[in-house]
Design a protein. Structure first.
Lengths: 200, 192
């Protein structure tokens, strides 16, 4: 059928799809297209594209919804990377060794020591006791966090223990030395550095 | 060239928050339009929107064809639209009403028509594709095609010519050239 007339140009086909041809020209082009599969396929594709654009009533999501969707990703990353946990340095508030000595006791002879730290919303109560040259640290963390684990790391020894739901812990005995105490709780890690244990 | 969907999904799997953000921006309009076309108001559509992206975060490791993410999003958005719509209709029926002439009646919850038949979803997805192609066009073509084909009340050529500072006579040929570019882009971006 294409023998009858020449193929209309692409521009002409677009004008037909876009309904921009004068009646006479429209009729001539339409007659050709009716009998020409190639032109009809092209015309259909153009009509579909124009219709797709003209009927587009899509809407942008509200900016607050988009921002909230973006935030959905973050908690997951934090779970996977404990290094992004909030880490707090515990500040020493009280040390029984630095208090005025009572009843003529000498500091070096004290078999027990009491320390109080604070870190953010948490308070840390630590008692050190000595037996046979080794020191045992036990204590309690007070604050919003529940169970977790505790670690006491020194130059020669590292010991670990569990923190109960009540925040209590007891660590295995360690030799005298300078230690770092770390408490890993659900959302926060507390650290008390330069903790001198024993006669140092 | 913008990163492919596959690149972005793989980025998310590595924990790349920027890849996630790009993915949300790329698909926010598509995901929000599904519940809106399904008849939900802005608040409920936002709820669907959140739950679709929450599911995407959850399942990002398990999506088998990252390149087909738009189909996954449309299907999930349709399911969530249906779920939220049904819940809303059910709660309306349960709500004690003061007078007897409520329009829906208890059967409204039972009938549960699908507000989003396949052809509507296919059209929404096709519109998303064309917009993606449009975004990749040069600014001049993009503006021209937007003024000509996306205005609710189509502008006369004279008006378009004035806005673009172009002679009116070149609007027709320029739009033909821009549409040709757009079709070529679409064939590249979304091969049939």
């Amino acid at each position: 059928m294409c023998v009858m007339t020449r193929h209309p140009s692409e521009a002409r086909l677009l004008d037909l799809a876009d309904e921009r041809l004068a009646p006479e020209e429209r009729e001539r082009t339409a007659t050709h297209v009716a009998g020409c599969l190639r032109c009809r396929t092209e015309l259909d594709a153009l009509r579909r594209l124009l219709e797709t654009m003209r009927t587009d009533r899509s809407e942008d999501a509200p900016p607050a919804a988009v921002a909230a969707a973006i935030r959905l990703f973050r908690p997951r990353i934090e779970e996977e990377r404990p290094s992004t946990l909030q880490r707090l340095i515990a500040v020493l508030r009280f040390d029984s060794r630095q208090q005025p000595l009572a009843l003529g006791m000498r500091a070096g002879q004290a078999a027990g020591r009491h320390l109080l730290y604070s870190a953010g919303e948490h308070d840390l109560d630590i008692r050190l006791t000595q037996r046979a040259g080794l020191w045992t640290a036990a204590g309690q963390v007070l604050g919003p966090a529940g169970a977790g684990e505790v670690e006491l790391e020194g130059a020669t020894a590292v010991v670990r223990g569990a923190i109960t739901e009540l925040g209590e812990f007891t660590l295995p005995p360690v030799p005298p030395g300078t230690y770092t105490l770390r408490l890993r709780l659900a959302a926060v890690e507390l650290e008390a550095a330069d903790l001198e244990i024993g006669d140092t | 060239m913008d990163p492919s969907d596959e690149t972005l999904v793989l980025g998310c799997r590595r924990g790349d928050a920027a890849a996630w953000e790009t993915l949300v921006h790329r698909y926010q309009r598509l995901v929000y339009t599904v519940p809106r076309r399904g008849g939900l108001d802005e608040e409920l559509a936002s709820e669907v929107f959140q739950s679709v992206f929450a599911k995407l975060v959850e399942q990002i490791e398990r999506i088998e064809q990252p390149s087909r993410i738009s189909a996954w999003l449309v299907t999930t958005a349709r399911r969530e639209t249906w779920r939220v719509g049904r819940r809303e209709r059910a709660s309306r029926v349960v709500t004690p009403h003061d007078d007897a002439d409520d329009s829906g009646g208890p059967l409204a919850a039972v009938a549960d028509p699908d507000p989003l038949p396949d052809e509507v979803l296919q059209r929404i997805e096709a519109q998303h594709h064309v917009r993606t192609g449009l975004a990749a066009l040069d600014a001049r073509c993009r503006t021209l095609l937007t003024l000509l084909f996306y205005e609710e009340d189509p502008l006369p050529y004279a008006e378009v010519a004035a806005r673009l500072d172009m002679p009116e006579g070149s609007i027709g040929p320029t739009r033909a050239r821009c549409l040709k570019k757009l079709r070529r882009l679409l064939a590249d971006l979304f091969p049939p």
